[in-house]
Design a protein. Structure first.
Length: 574
């Protein structure tokens, strides 16, 4: 393929490279060492979330260089740029976590603005941490230029006294330490070995869940999302992505050709089948929103309800992402789901072929037990379940992978922030059988919809993970396990039923029937609603305040703008 394959008169970069009036613009490119030929080739934005915040992002800059080599080899001109990330593992358990979900939309916005401002023709996006994956995919769908997503890869498992460990074990060790089950020296030894390499958290937490989504939804090359960050094969995937995106330009294959309703259903299917993070129920509607497709929490939950749980991955199972890659990767998971009728095989992907065509040469590996056949699942229904009831009219979500009991009833113990609940847990001033309620942590009320891993991990470390339940209008980490219900909507900040709860109210949770109710009649709820007054947050200005003014409900993905359905002119067509 050479540059003559591409008609620049129909590409966005014509606005900065073509014609006499663009001489000043071209002078800047000459200043950066580009040749005349390079200036008149298609421009490919190579966006990374590289930074020194955490191991999930630290290898992205190196991988971007391989992408650029691939673009150049296929007669394109790569233009590398970076955007922010907020790393949940470090933001967790304090006020910094309020920045996390906000960062997803900031990533999308900043990639959009860079692409628009410089008129790039295509996008290869590299992401490593939880919110950067959906943020990058949302940008691709919003811009609708030919795009390929690349996951930076997972971390390798740690080894603690001969046993494999992840950062989840460290969070849970804090709970063990708080009740005297682990001493200072052992905790320090564990923290030093749990994270031995670059890469995102290794189990089927949010990053690996959304990486699995990237292949299933068709935006990533097959196998590319499974390889751990330290593996040299990542450079081969990155170079292939750079070459392939040039083919997508030539064929005018765009993200909205790929991300259809069927593709979103495929994505939700792999989340359920892999026992993935509940955060996918927030991010999939947000990705759909960028395409102008209605696909909310209840649509996701319906897919979860009918999908078998087949991948034995932590936190509910035994294995990590590295193990699944070596057992056959995400295509191994998708192959059995397709064969048993759980995936739409006719969905287009960035290979230029359909899911079914991509799977045609994938052979089932019978010598592994990471992924079970879809005809012989771990459990017949998905690892994640949607809930609805008088306590959650707009829905809620719970991860049931690895849980033996899916029914719980008990008196409410209400807290108006994560810190208040964590203090009660740390001091063990709660009782077995209670339902701990953390509210005013939703998208508006937080603001920012914090994850509650510190609290849930401490409960598990204290041996109470199955003896209490926890519900919140905030979120849970993909590493959370136990009876923990998140995304309860409407959130407390807008007067949802969760705001009206009082200590002692009996809450009934049934993940088998998909219900979440409080034993109060509508008359009592209305009486309490009339007495309820909104609360002010601590943010009167700044990015988090601005987010709170525009963010919508969790049911629709906590989005901050009208989305693709309200779009007048698509960037790619300008």
């Amino acid at each position: 393929m050479d540059a003559k394959t591409f008609d620049k008169s129909k590409l966005p970069s014509r606005h900065v490279t073509e014609g006499p009036q663009r001489a000043p613009h071209r002078s800047y490119y000459y200043a950066m060492g580009l040749s005349r030929e390079q200036i008149h080739q298609p421009f490919v934005g190579v966006a990374t979330c590289w930074n020194e915040a955490a191991p999930c992002n630290i290898a992205l800059s190196r991988q971007a260089q391989a992408v650029k080599q691939g673009v150049s080899a296929a007669s394109g001109t790569p233009r590398e740029f970076t955007t922010i990330t907020v790393t949940d593992g470090i933001a967790m358990g304090h006020q910094g976590m309020k920045s996390s979900l906000v960062s997803r939309d900031c990533i999308t916005d900043s990639v959009e603005l860079t692409m628009r401002g410089h008129c790039y023709d295509a996008l290869v996006g590299l992401a490593g941490c939880d919110k950067s994956l959906p943020g990058m995919m949302m940008a691709m769908c919003r811009l609708n230029v030919p795009s390929i997503f690349i996951y930076g890869g997972s971390i390798l498992p740690g080894n603690f006294r001969g046993n494999p460990v992840t950062v989840q074990d460290v969070f849970e060790a804090v709970g063990m330490h708080s009740v005297g089950k682990m001493d200072d020296a052992t905790l320090e030894e564990l923290e030093q070995v749990a994270c031995p390499s670059a890469g995102a958290c290794g189990a089927q937490f949010t990053a690996n869940t959304m990486a699995t989504v990237s292949e299933a939804i068709g935006l990533a090359l097959p196998y590319s999302a499974g390889a751990p960050a330290p593996y040299e094969i990542r450079d081969r995937f990155c170079m292939a992505a750079g070459e392939k995106v040039m083919e997508l330009i030539a064929r005018n294959i765009r993200p909205r050709d790929i991300v259809t309703l069927k593709a979103l259903e495929n994505a939700a299917t792999v989340v359920a089948a892999s026992g993935g993070s509940t955060n996918a129920a927030l991010h999939l509607p947000a990705i759909a929103h960028e395409c102008g497709i209605k696909f909310d929490l209840f649509d996701v939950a319906e897919i979860f309800r009918r999908t078998p749980y087949i991948a034995d991955l932590k936190p509910g199972g035994r294995y990590v992402a590295k193990d699944m890659f070596e057992a056959g990767g995400i295509p191994q998971l998708m192959k059995t789901l397709l064969d048993e009728g759980f995936l739409h095989g006719d969905c287009l992907t960035v290979t230029g072929r359909t899911i079914a065509e991509n799977m045609e040469y994938v052979e089932w590996n019978s010598d592994q037990d990471v992924v079970r056949p879809a005809s012989d699942p771990i459990t017949p229904t998905g690892g994640v379940v949607g809930l609805k009831g008088n306590l959650a009219p707009e829905g809620a979500i719970v991860k049931v992978a690895g849980m033996t009991n899916q029914v719980f009833s008990g008196p409410a113990r209400c807290f108006d922030s994560e810190e208040a609940c964590f203090e009660a847990v740390a001091n063990q001033s709660y009782k077995e059988g209670e339902v701990l309620v953390i509210r005013y942590e939703g998208p508006k009320g937080g603001p920012g919809m914090r994850e509650m891993l510190s609290t849930t991990a401490a409960l598990h470390g204290q041996g109470m993970g199955s003896k209490v339940a926890l519900i919140t209008d905030g979120r849970f980490s993909g590493a959370t396990r136990g009876f923990c219900i998140g995304h309860v909507g409407p959130e407390a900040a807008v007067g949802g039923p969760i705001a009206l709860l009082r200590d002692g109210d009996i809450i009934d949770i049934n993940a088998e029937t998909g219900t979440l109710d409080v034993q109060l009649d509508e008359q009592e709820l209305e009486k309490r609603r009339s007495e309820w007054t909104p609360r002010e947050t601590d943010f009167g200005s700044g990015a988090i305040w601005k987010y709170a003014q525009t963010v919508g409900n969790a049911r629709d993905g906590a989005v901050t703008h009208p989305g693709g359905s309200a779009e007048r002119v698509c960037y790619a067509d300008q």
